[in-house]
Write a protein that binds this ligand. Structure first.
Ligand SMILES: [Zn+2]
Length: 298
């Protein structure tokens, strides 16, 4: 009797263990199957499909970027004007009625330096936005980097002359010189770090995106398109849909990082056939590993 009870208990434990394993397996299965379409509520606007050649597409992206580039140049010119004013006040060519002992003198050149910084930062953000709408070619790596990070040189031009002139000024006292140099150096550091494009996109990458994707989704706001309408960033939002080319024309030149990761994990984007899918994976693998991509076959 006792043995039988023991057996039953063992059987019960085994059954429970098996159930637990099965439950775990089905949970894993469910988690690993995001490919299955969850029905997501969206208002999706279909954008008219109009195929264009490469030159036409580049003309459109150039036009998209133009207002931002003009804005950047205007801001940078204003930044230089502010730097010149800061210098003129510091060396007292322009006095606004303040003597060097008057706090107004400090406030005056300090304010011009601050305005200088604001224009440098705004200009650089506009410049970067322009480059994201109309990316430069990455064929020449140096030119590509210089083009994307032009703001760094503008920042240098907008603060270094002030620092040199302030330090060399014979009339200002040591305390004023030191403070002027420190403040301008901090502004320079801020100007440089905000001018770097940490996320550049190349023309080649953009053209590849335009040619690869047959159906993508994008929001009115932002710079990316999505390969999946259930992506967390577009969940339940008003979406536009069209080809990769239409997305690029609408200013969405790069794919969202989350959607990109899903593709890398093996998900086939909406309305993309197996061949395009494989081509995309191969080109991504080539890009990632350079010439050595033989192992990526199959
Ligand atoms: Zn996405």
């Amino acid at each position: 009797m006792a043995t039988q009870k023991k057996n039953t208990a063992a059987e019960e434990a085994a059954r429970k263990a098996l159930e637990a394993v099965q439950a775990k397996k089905s949970a894993e299965k469910a988690a690993a199957k995001p490919a299955e379409k969850k029905k997501v509520e969206h208002t999706i606007t279909q954008v008219g499909q109009q195929s264009t050649n490469k030159e036409e597409l580049l003309a459109i992206t150039k036009k998209n970027a133009m207002p931002y580039r003009i804005g950047a140049v205007v801001c940078w010119v204003l930044a230089i004007v502010c730097e010149i004013m800061a210098i003129l006040v510091f060396v007292r060519t322009v006095q606004f009625g303040f003597t060097q002992e008057n706090p107004g003198w400090w406030i005056c050149w300090g304010a011009f330096l601050l305005l200088d910084l604001v224009f440098v930062i705004v200009g650089s953000q506009l410049w970067k936005k322009g480059n994201h709408l109309d990316p430069a070619s990455a064929k020449n790596k140096t030119r590509f980097w210089l083009h994307n990070n032009l703001g760094i040189f503008v920042a240098a031009l907008c603060f270094i002359p002030f620092i040199i002139i302030a330090l060399l000024d014979k009339n200002a006292d040591k305390k004023a010189k030191t403070w002027a140099a420190v403040i301008a150096a901090v502004a320079l550091a801020l100007g440089v770090t905000t001018s770097i494009d940490y996320n550049p996109i190349s023309q080649e990458e953009m053209l590849n995106n335009a040619a690869t994707y047959e159906k993508v989704y994008w929001l009115d706001k932002g710079e990316v398109f999505h390969a999946f309408d259930e992506c967390q960033y577009v969940h339940g939002k008003e979406l536009n849909t069209g080809s990769g080319e239409e997305a690029v024309k609408a200013g969405k030149t790069r794919i969202c990082k989350v959607c990109e990761k899903k593709i890398q994990d093996g998900l086939v984007p909406d309305d993309m056939n197996e061949k395009e899918w494989t081509d995309l994976l191969n080109s991504a693998a080539q890009a990632a590993s350079g010439a050595a991509s033989g192992a990526a076959a199959d």
